[in-house]
Design a protein around this ligand. Structure first.
Ligand code: SER
Length: 586
């Protein structure tokens, strides 16, 4: 059975049993306390808490998910950064009995899979939460022998919440040949920001099954990479290092999906994570001696595999390929030099190690002074700053060289982050925290884009025509989008000039001034894009030297230097006589 049939079979099965099919939500979640959508239940989170669901009480979906938590495992048989999560959900409808029966029927009746190599796990309980005897009994009643039901602790059989707080509860899982395939969560508790649990008023079911893993079982393969969801891509890669091939295959897929949602490589937040994933793929490509731009045909394969299911990968194909190619070229330029730098760093370590008792290196890292370790963190930051090597790549290179203890890694990360903070342009985000899916500082990011939008309008007026006005604007934490009146497509040269002018203003680190004045006075000095009646009698004017003077409610950043670097990623038509620019700060 193809994965396409399998995906549809799952949705149909649950639809027939009273579930509403809900399309996948975006990889960028509405919950701003997490960077990415990592589970199918995220879009339904409010309904578990009693908010009325537009889908009645039962839903089914196939959700795009992106997770960096397992990135170190990618390359084995079944861990991925991007995955499609099949799930059925109930908010105050059915509970354990029906959820377990539905899962059993789907796998063993509908798909007719054999019970032979299957294990079912249930929660064994702890001081605060009772053992889940009920789930074990229900499996047993369905015909699962007791010796196939295993009790596990909280790390394995308790799920949630996503983000800072939310619904959570014990789980029961279905494992095929030791691979977890389906996770059934029984949301019974609400965990608050302090980690305290309280019973939920309304109980809920949230299940999640990776389509890739299910396909592996159904298609009788040893790894997800042998299924039709990966095979066309991995087959394109020449080389014998299977792990490297798998990492590249996984990372190119997640990159395609991230870019299809308007996330572009940058040095902050989601863009930074995308950059790390892409550069990791490029680094592994280097190990395999793959030719320049090797990622492009792979990305095209990914588009080919998914275009019917997720039309955004097809409609954004040009953007996707351009972004990947740009990133590859950018990184390519510094890759060689950066790799040489590793040699320098590691030979410095080498000398240190030579002076130590070789036997003990790797176990007793206390032999290294904390200063040595901090120095390594600083060197890794230089590599990041000068050659664009993400920290996890450096840590990976180091791992090839030395066996690391966790504490040692943490110290390097801390020292890297200290350096990171010192640097204005990229000071806002602590790299490793973000990589682990920390908090997104949405407000700060959008404020930057707001100021960048003012600079853009001023630059357009200077380079294209003084008669340019804002016709639309939209800002997310990832990018700005700006519509303005102009008849022709912008030439590459014009785009370059606009970028250069804005970056010059950023480098000048000009203070952004706010002046309050009467509307009458403001109208004498400021060109306005909107109906003046929209404004009150007293207005705020934001001034960036004489370059940009705008009526605006704010808020804005203090000095243009905070913006880092401005880049236009797309210029296109947005209706007759209207052009649209998308730009990012990096
Ligand atoms: N939310 C659970 C998971 O992601 C089940 O869907 O595993």
């Amino acid at each position: 059975m193809t994965s396409k049939q399998l995906r549809q079979k799952f949705l149909d099965f649950f639809e027939k049993r009273g579930h509403k099919i809900v399309p996948s939500s975006s990889l960028i979640p509405t919950d701003s306390s997490v960077l990415f959508t990592t589970a199918g239940m995220q879009q339904f989170k409010p309904y578990y808490l009693g908010e009325k669901s537009p889908y009645d009480s039962n839903a089914v979906s196939c959700q795009k998910c992106f997770r960096t938590s397992d990135i170190e495992e990618v390359g084995d048989n079944n861990h991925l950064t991007f995955l499609e999560m099949l799930g059925n959900f109930s908010f105050g409808g059915y509970f354990k009995e029906e959820a377990i029966k539905l899962a059993y029927d789907f796998l063993f009746k509908e798909l007719k899979l054999s019970l032979k190599d299957v294990i079912f796990t249930v929660f064994e309980g702890d001081q605060n939460i009772p053992e889940d005897k009920e789930s074990a009994q229900i499996w047993n009643k369905l015909g699962v022998p007791e010796n196939k039901i295993k009790k596990c602790g909280k790390e394995d059989n308790f799920w949630g919440p996503t983000g800072e707080e939310g619904p959570c509860g014990p789980t029961t899982e279905i494992h095929f040949n030791d691979t977890e395939v389906w996770n059934l969560v029984f949301n019974e508790y609400y965990q608050d920001k302090n980690g305290k649990l309280a019973p939920l008023k309304q109980k809920g079911v949230d299940t999640g099954m990776g389509l890739e893993r299910l396909a592996m079982v159904v298609q009788n393969k040893n790894s997800v990479y042998e299924t039709d969801l990966f095979l066309p891509t991995i087959n394109e890669i020449l080389g014998t290092n299977e792990k490297a091939k798998r990492i590249i295959t996984d990372h190119i897929k997640s990159s395609v999906f991230l870019i299809s949602e308007d996330i572009f490589p940058s040095n902050i937040e989601r863009g930074y994570i995308l950059r790390r994933v892409l550069r990791r793929a490029i680094r592994y490509g280097k190990l395999l001696n793959l030719p320049k731009n090797f990622l492009i045909p792979l990305a095209q394969k990914v588009v080919e595999i998914y275009k019917d299911i997720y039309p955004e990968v097809k409609s954004q194909e040009t953007d996707i390929l351009t972004a990947i190619q740009n990133e590859e070229e950018k990184f390519e330029k510094t890759l060689e030099a950066g790799l040489k730098e590793y040699n320098n760093i590691f030979s410095w370590w080498d000398k240190k190690v030579a002076m130590l008792d070789k036997e003990k290196v790797g176990e007793k890292l206390t032999y290294f002074s904390i200063e040595d370790i901090k120095k390594l963190g600083r060197k890794f930051f230089d590599l990041f700053q000068n050659y664009g090597f993400p920290l996890d790549l450096s840590l990976e290179e180091l791992k090839n060289y030395l066996k690391m203890e966790e504490i040692f890694k943490e110290e390097i990360i801390n020292s890297f982050n200290e350096e990171f903070k010192k640097h204005q342009e990229i000071s806002r985000v602590s790299a490793e925290q973000k990589f682990k899916g920390g908090l997104a500082d949405d407000a700060e990011k959008t404020i930057k884009y707001h100021t960048a939008t003012h600079l853009l309008l001023a630059a357009l007026r200077e380079i294209l025509s003084p008669e340019i006005y804002q016709k639309g604007s939209n800002i997310t934490t990832e990018r700005l989008r700006f519509d303005f009146n102009y008849q022709q497509k912008l030439s590459e040269e014009q785009i370059k000039k606009i970028e250069e002018l804005i970056n010059e203003k950023i480098r000048e680190n000009i203070a952004v001034e706010m002046i309050e004045m009467s509307k009458g006075e403001a109208l004498k000095t400021v060109k306005i894009s909107f109906d003046p009646l929209k404004y009150g009698d007293m207005v705020k004017v934001y001034k960036i030297d004489d370059f940009s003077i705008e009526l605006c409610g704010g808020p804005h950043i203090q000095k243009t230097g905070e913006l880092g670097h401005f880049r236009i990623i797309k210029e296109e038509s947005s209706g007759a006589g209207i052009r649209r620019i998308r730009a990012i700060l990096e």
